[in-house]
Design a protein around this ligand. Structure first.
Ligand code: SAH
Ligand code: SF4
Ligand code: F3S
Length: 453
């Protein structure tokens, strides 16, 4: 039997940035145990899947992958398979996976990722199958020494709050991530100071609802106060955050974003739907009019701001007229980008219990198609306006192509810019560059370093 420190691991992750950050923490824990990361199952001794259950499709992908891995395990019996994340946080799903996939060795949830080293040891040394899911969150795991660790420091994700209290009627997240808990400002600040000392220039502050940060504190300290503290940290040049809920987007927050250059002019502001009837049934607690007036306030005070959104089509009872209200909002706001989804009933949520999923799939697909076509036109139109402009880009990606380095990066507004040419006489990764935009597509831009031929 191999020693733990000789094992090779790989991870596979579905879902949102919260899962990506959890994955990074798990990777750091495994590396602390001495393991090395590999990128394919052939070489791996341990595979960790971090799952998402926000829509049925996400779950299907995980089941398909578990099927493949089970097959592989038949001819590679030493392979350890661990499954965690939001899917397995639901007790019945964890049990189902355990029953259906006998090759799965470890099942854990979202509240006990710190337990992974222990669970691996048990599975490996005692040869037992371990299912450990904590039903309830246990405060904030502030003692995590892994908080500081990163696989890559340049752009770091920092969790500022866990869970969600909003209970949008369609959404499973509050059930699998628990109630909202804000981390203490001192803990967040000291983590970011450490990141900056280690080469981080951009932080992404993460929470299901960042702008309700601090509502669970006794003292008055909100998300804007936190942003103002982060701005002061030397070395941090860009501050991003997601996700913001329209109901908690205060004037103070708008002013804070406008006042500090370091706070990126990009706001992800899910609207979900345009019709007031649907918004009400979704429990979003704002009307179309309130959303539109918030957007116009944001645009007035933060010139050049980029606004992106999430939209669900085919919510129960959504008529053509309701759907047209969504299209109306999309046309009026002109989002830079949108993540668009077909409604997927999630067991245990209010919408799944109370409303019949009564829009035929064909109709849902047509609506999604129509919405996407509209949004794509708008994204392209907005991107084309940037042609000829000089924009600051943080070069955050480098790939080797035909022996040459190909770079890309992001603007303050979070647009991807692919840099043309590959002979710059020096390493660009991790630097800020002035880039002239020379081509515009729907989801990305092309540019050349300003001043280069
Ligand atoms: N806390 C974040 C992320 C939630 S999940 C937020 O509030 O925005 C990301 C997106 O998935 C949501 O914004 C919503 O558009 C979509 N979503 C959530 N539940 C869904 C469901 N049951 N069916 C379809 N889309 C869903
Ligand atoms: Fe889900 Fe709504 Fe919470 Fe977002 S705000 S995680 S959509 S319940
Ligand atoms: Fe999915 Fe969990 Fe995120 S359900 S969207 S991974 S919080």
């Amino acid at each position: 039997m191999k020693k733990i420190e000789d094992l090779k691991y790989m991870t596979q992750t579905w879902g949102c940035q919260m899962n990506e950050r959890d994955t990074e923490m798990i990777q750091c824990m495994l590396e602390d145990m001495g393991m090395k990361e590999v990128d394919n199952v052939d070489e791996a001794d341990l595979v960790v899947l971090i799952t998402c259950c926000v829509r049925e499709k996400a779950e299907h992908k995980v089941y398909a992958r578990l099927g493949e891995l089970s097959k592989i395990k038949r001819s590679k019996s030493d392979l350890i398979i661990a499954v965690g994340g939001c899917m397995t946080q639901q007790e019945e799903v964890g049990e189902r996976i355990k029953k259906r996939f006998s090759g799965v060795d470890i099942i854990f949830g979202t509240h006990n990722i710190d337990r992974i080293p222990e669970l691996i040891k048990r599975a490996l040394l005692k040869k037992e199958r371990v299912l450990e899911v904590w039903e309830k969150e246990k405060g904030i795991p502030e003692e995590r020494n892994i908080y500081k660790k990163r696989k890559n420091f340049l752009k770091s994700k920092v969790i500022i709050s866990y869970g969600c209290n909003n209970f949008c009627s369609y959404c499973i997240v509050p059930f699998v991530r628990g109630r909202e808990r804000s981390r203490k400002p001192e803990a967040i600040i000291s983590e970011i100071e450490y990141l900056a000392e280690n080469g981080c220039v951009e932080v992404m502050l993460l929470g299901q609802n960042v702008n309700s940060y601090g509502k669970d504190f006794r003292e008055q300290f909100d998300f804007s106060d936190l942003l103002r503290r982060v701005v002061e940290i030397k070395g941090i040049e860009r501050i991003r955050f997601m996700t913001s809920h329209p109901k908690d987007f205060s004037n103070k927050l708008i002013k804070t974003i406008a006042d500090f250059k370091k706070i990126c002019n990009h706001i992800h502001l899910p609207v979900q739907a345009g019709s007031n009837k649907i918004l009400k049934n979704m429990n979003r607690v704002y009307t179309q009019e309130e959303y539109l007036s918030l957007v116009s306030k944001i645009k007035t005070h933060i010139p050049g701001v980029s606004i992106t959104t999430d939209i669900i089509v085919g919510f129960p009872g959504e008529t053509r007229e309701d759907f047209h209200q969504t299209l109306k909002v999309v046309k009026e706001v002109e989002f830079d980008n949108a993540y668009m989804f077909i409604y997927s009933p999630r067991q245990g949520t209010l919408a799944a219990e109370k409303y019949e999923d009564n829009i035929p799939l064909e109709e849902k697909k047509e609506r999604l198609q129509e919405l996407m076509e509209l949004q794509n036109k708008i994204s392209l139109k907005i991107n084309k306006k940037l042609l000829g402009k000089n924009i600051e880009v943080l070069i955050d990606s480098v790939e080797e192509k035909d022996g040459k380095k190909v770079y890309s990066g992001r603007t303050e507004t979070n647009k991807i810019v692919n840099i043309q040419g590959n002979d710059f006489g020096g390493e660009l990764y991790g630097t800020f560059q002035n880039v002239e935009i020379i081509s515009a597509q729907t989801w990305s831009l092309g540019g050349k370093l300003s001043g280069s031929g």
